[in-house]
Design a protein around this ligand. Structure first.
Ligand code: F6P
Length: 324
């Protein structure tokens, strides 16, 4: 129940798009409509907020898009919002449109933006974690991570077929700007020989050890996160240095991991968090992110959210065990 007279919510997606954003938009609008609240979609993230690029959202239109990747609201990484002038302009636009709360779907850049905005804007903000990188504190998973891992797995499986046929070494680079989550999950579940992530210091040493014993009688798969400080090229050069006769290829999966239909898990996460975000506003919550921890809804203040999500110890242990 809406106890604090919110009548008009603005919602936007920001930063890198991720599968499940449309499901979250649908759930947000549906929950708001059920309570007689108007929802305005702000297009292109903070850019649209500064420019007043708005559209009215209706649940019956969004329900057709739950199964789609990307974001129907479009998205951007806004440089203008990083400046106080940009944020002042956005505030003025929100006020002149009588928006009395914001729901933001995005990654750490989005939450940093909200934190900065909260210094000049009194409106309540609720965040929903949407990024394939899974690098947000306060939630076990972010929207899009599961879909991106599934895309990575499907592609790495295909690479294995050709790699095994030729007894080749393949280095597959997956996304994750500062985070090894996609590499860790996709590497473990495709039986990779080595997984390199920014959060682990020992993985490169294990790789070098393994490569020195590699006899070219099989494929050898390395999954490396783009955020890893060593990087695919250097890994390739090092492997060649140790073992100059290996037949080696590099594949970068790139943005293919960002697109495609959301998995069941991402759709459900979007539905749960969209409803939770609207409920949170009705309960008078302010400047928190709705997440799911241990399968329970959990609200985390933005200051905590922007701290990098660490890979948990259990997964690190598995990585070490499988890396050796
Ligand atoms: O959204 C996260 C992410 O896909 C990262 O994994 C990647 O480093 C980055 O965005 C790529 O950003 P852009 O689409 O702006 O090149």
């Amino acid at each position: 129940m809406n106890t604090n007279k919110i009548k008009h919510i603005g919602v936007f997606t920001s930063g890198g798009d991720s599968p499940g954003m449309n499901a979250a938009l649908y759930a947000t609008v549906r929950a708001a409509e059920a309570n007689g609240i108007k929802v305005t979609g702000i297009r292109k993230g903070y850019e649209g907020m500064i420019d007043g690029d708005f559209t009215t959202l209706k649940a019956h239109e969004l329900q057709k898009l739950v199964h789609t990747g990307g974001t129907v609201l479009k998205t951007a990484r806004s440089k203008r919002f990083m400046d106080l002038e940009g944020r002042k302009k956005a505030l003025q636009i929100l006020n002149s449109n009588s928006i009395d709360a914001l729901i933001a779907i995005g990654g750490d850049g989005t939450f940093k933006g909200l934190l900065a905005f909260s210094e000049i804007c009194e409106l309540p903000f609720i965040g929903i974690p949407g990024t394939i990188d899974n690098d947000i504190s306060g939630t076990d998973y972010t929207l899009g991570f599961d879909s991106a891992v599934n895309t990575a797995i499907q592609n790495i499986d295909k690479i294995r077929d050709t790699a095994e046929s030729h007894n080749r070494v393949f280095i597959v680079e997956v996304m994750g700007r500062d985070s090894g989550y996609i590499a860790l999950h996709s590497g473990l579940t495709t039986g990779a020989d080595a997984i390199l992530i920014p959060e682990s210091g020992k993985d490169f040493i294990y790789l070098l050890d393994k490569v020195s014993n590699y006899n070219s009688e099989d494929a050898f798969l390395v999954v490396v996160s783009e955020g890893d400080e060593i990087g695919a090229e250097l890994v390739a050069a090092k492997i060649k240095e140790i073992n100059p006769y290996v037949d080696l290829r590099i594949t970068r999966l790139g943005h293919v991991q960002r697109g495609g239909n959301p998995s069941a898990q991402d759709r459900m996460l979007g539905i749960r968090l969209g409803v939770a975000a609207v409920d949170a506003l009705f309960q008078g919550r302010k400047n928190v992110m709705a997440g799911v921890l241990h399968n329970q809804l959990h609200f985390t203040v933005f200051e905590e959210v922007v701290k990098q999500h660490q890979v948990n110890d259990e997964l690190k242990k598995i990585l070490e065990l499988f890396g050796k």
